[in-house]
Design a protein around this ligand. Structure first.
Ligand SMILES: Nc1nc2c(c(=O)[nH]1)N[C@H]1C(S)=C(S)[C@@H](COP(=O)(O)O)O[C@H]1N2
Ligand SMILES: [Mo]
Length: 313
């Protein structure tokens, strides 16, 4: 397997014992609740909401002040609902998030289609406060609720040829009117190297600010990769595909000179249209300096040891 440079600590080393005890309690409760959610006519809402209320504090959280909830849910990029920052909040109510399923395919020994309830059932939920920086030059601090993507991928038993993971958003122009425009090659597609995907920082989120993800933020299931530009954090995922070759993401396909595969936050790598050396933290006046890997370098720099990050931007 290429690129496994970062020793992934076993979960027992990064999660305190108390968290495990609480996680088990969550699973016992959530088991029944999530089953209830699968019954016809019931929305996933109340069951998932109960699970979110029981989320434990996860590792790697920043103690910086949270971005105002109204900004985090009202100033979004979700081109499936339009290109304006307020379009997603205005139009994302059209998205039907229940029932929802995800197809896992490619280089795995156990491929399949799983209902959202079955995806969540074995995982405890954690709250993690992460910075998110958009390539456009703004950033937020958001309390996500989710679980490590790697824990899900392991359930499908990746083969030794699984070197990259590709994610796909729902494609349905009826629900996502922005897909009638050719601005991106739909469905929205993103990819990670397998070691990035398995990294304990990489989160699959189902909630934020203690609540179920609002549609405009990527309900019911989205990726959060905090050391990369926001566009890597793909929303409303319906497909996860493992493969041997490096994929081409929707943004790279649109403009390869502006959007590289790695998209690591890097103040040294210029973008033709937006400043990368500094950023505007939403809710603050003035600009702050952008940090390499969005400040997560201690955790992720080893993934890129020996790579020229100007070439692999
Ligand atoms: N499917 C999909 N996912 C997406 C996008 C998108 O347009 N479509 N925009 C990305 C971009 S550019 C950013 S900055 C983040 C924004 O996430 P937020 O709206 O929750 O802050 O979502 C990313 N995920
Ligand atoms: Mo972005």
């Amino acid at each position: 397997m290429v690129g496994l440079k970062y020793p992934i600590p076993p979960a027992s080393e990064i999660t305190p014992q108390a968290v495990y005890a609480q996680r088990r309690r969550f699973l016992q409760q959530a088991g029944g609740l999530l089953l209830a959610a699968a019954a016809p006519g019931l929305s996933a809402g109340p069951a998932l909401q109960a699970g979110l209320a029981d989320a434990v504090q996860g590792p790697f959280s920043t103690d910086e002040p949270l971005t105002d909830h109204a900004m985090a849910t009202g100033y979004n990029n979700f081109f499936e609902f339009g290109t304006g920052k307020e379009d997603p909040k205005r139009h994302a109510h059209r998205l039907q998030t229940h029932p929802w399923s995800v197809v896992i395919s490619g280089e795995v020994d156990k491929p399949g289609r799983l209902a959202l309830e079955d995806i969540l059932a074995p995982h405890g939920l954690e709250e993690r406060i992460y910075r998110l920086r958009c390539v456009e030059g703004w950033s937020m601090v958001i309390p996500w609720i989710g679980f490590p993507l790697g824990d899900l991928l392991k359930r499908f038993e990746p083969t030794s040829r699984a070197r990259y993971v590709v994610f796909e958003t729902l494609h349905d122009p009826e629900q996502m009117p922005g897909q009638r425009s050719r601005i991106l090659d739909w469905p929205y597609r993103e990819g990670l190297r397998i070691d990035e995907a398995m990294h304990p920082l990489t989160l699959l989120a189902v909630g934020m600010y203690g609540e179920i993800l609002p549609n405009q933020n990527g309900a019911p299931l989205r990726l959060v990769v905090p050391w990369k530009y926001g566009f890597k954090s793909i929303k409303s995922i319906v497909g996860i595909h493992l493969q041997e070759d490096q994929p081409v993401s929707s943004w790279t396909a649109r403009q390869p000179s502006e959007y590289g595969f790695y998209a690591n936050v890097n103040p040294e790598v210029r973008h033709p249209r937006w400043r990368q050396a500094t950023e505007r933290r939403i809710g603050e006046s003035g600009r702050r300096r952008t940090e390499l890997f969005n400040g997560y370098g201690e955790l992720v720099a080893d993934l890129y040891a020996g790579m020229d990050l100007r070439r692999h931007f």
